[in-house]
Write a protein that binds this ligand. Structure first.
Ligand code: 8Y4
Length: 305
């Protein structure tokens, strides 16, 4: 019998207090953090010419930081199903000026969302602090480029290529087991390439080659990923798992996303990748206060004492 003062189901295990060196920044993951999404694909930012694009991107990033984002994820390749492939040069041209400005003007911790070794190298030279690769360094040359960057890398699970991954995905084992097995294999590949564990984060890759049922189950059993003992990043913001359950278009998915964010924190998420930073910071801090049985998050200590 369990002692009666033990929690019935402590979904989040005792915190292992991860800490990442991200270039000139350091990231304390003893409490959950929010990563703000900054897309720099033409459909999202650039209409009206390059300067307006850059200016809008900077203002948006500044706002997300003011709302409590700990870092900004900059991506120039649309990984949405059906999006056209982008050349390495095109991706660099989109992303480099934005990274440079975020670093110079805002001294922001920038995560670069890319699978391209050339973009990884350039982003690192421009002062990016983290690499976020939805292909988990599987592209030719990516392991080497990421290893020599010295930066932390987020390895994400995905089934298939972004273009065709939503064509009836299926798994021959529980989806969370497939995700853990894949990520363990990528962690080993990184280690063999000289990219050591202390620089890695993992991500179950919500929406990447998963049905709605896979995505819901993956969140329900996300604590299973904690066996890898690596910081956990999750991205569910505005995704179709919310849209399908609630029957909402992309611009009406915030409330659903906040519910998922709170559940993710309970299941061990260390970083939440989101569009709506302010509301998510509140949801995450509220969930965290419950888990801690108190409001002394480092964030509140800064604010109140
Ligand atoms: C509406 C809004 C519908 C956004 C779909 C989407 C992840 C990621 C993406 C993630 C990590 C997306 C770059 C897909 N998702 N990186 N990137 N984890 N680490 N779709 O889940 O946001 S792009």
């Amino acid at each position: 019998m369990k002692p009666i003062d033990e929690p019935l189901s402590s979904l989040r295990e005792a915190d292992s207090a991860f800490h990442l060196r991200c270039g000139r920044h350091s990231l304390d993951l003893s409490f959950p953090r929010v990563m703000g999404i900054l897309n720099v694909t033409p459909d999202s930012f650039s209409d009206g010419g390059q300067h307006i694009g850059l200016d809008n991107a900077l203002r948006h990033a500044e706002r997300m930081l003011a709302e409590g984002a700990s870092m900004i994820d900059v991506g120039g390749e649309s990984t949405r199903p059906g999006a056209s492939a982008v050349s390495e040069q095109e991706e660099l041209d989109r992303v480099a000026p934005v990274i440079e400005a975020l670093v110079r003007e805002l001294d922001a911790l920038v995560s670069v969302d890319t699978s391209s070794p050339a973009v990884m190298r350039e982003a690192c030279a421009l002062g990016a602090g983290m690499i976020n690769d939805v292909r988990a360094l599987e592209r030719e040359g990516a392991l080497g480029a990421a290893a020599s960057s010295g930066l932390p890398v987020c390895l994400m699970h995905r089934l298939g290529e972004p273009q065709d991954m939503q064509r009836a995905p299926s798994y021959d084992q529980p989806v969370e087991s497939a995700v853990v097995a894949y990520l363990a294999e990528r962690v080993a590949a990184c280690d063999a390439a000289g990219l050591r564990r202390h620089r890695l984060l993992i991500d179950p890759g919500f929406g990447f080659g998963k049905t709605i049922e896979h995505n819901l189950r993956l969140l329900k059993y996300m604590s299973a990923l904690q066996v890898l003992e690596l910081p956990l990043l999750v991205g569910m913001s505005r995704k179709s798992m919310i849209g399908k359950v609630l029957g909402r278009p992309v611009e009406e998915r915030l409330s659903g996303g906040l519910a998922l964010a709170a559940m993710a924190v309970e299941r061990g998420a260390n970083i939440l990748r989101v569009h709506d930073v302010g509301p998510t910071v509140d949801a995450v801090n509220m969930a965290w206060a419950v888990l801690q049985e108190g409001c002394e998050t480092p964030l509140n200590k800064e604010k109140t004492s």
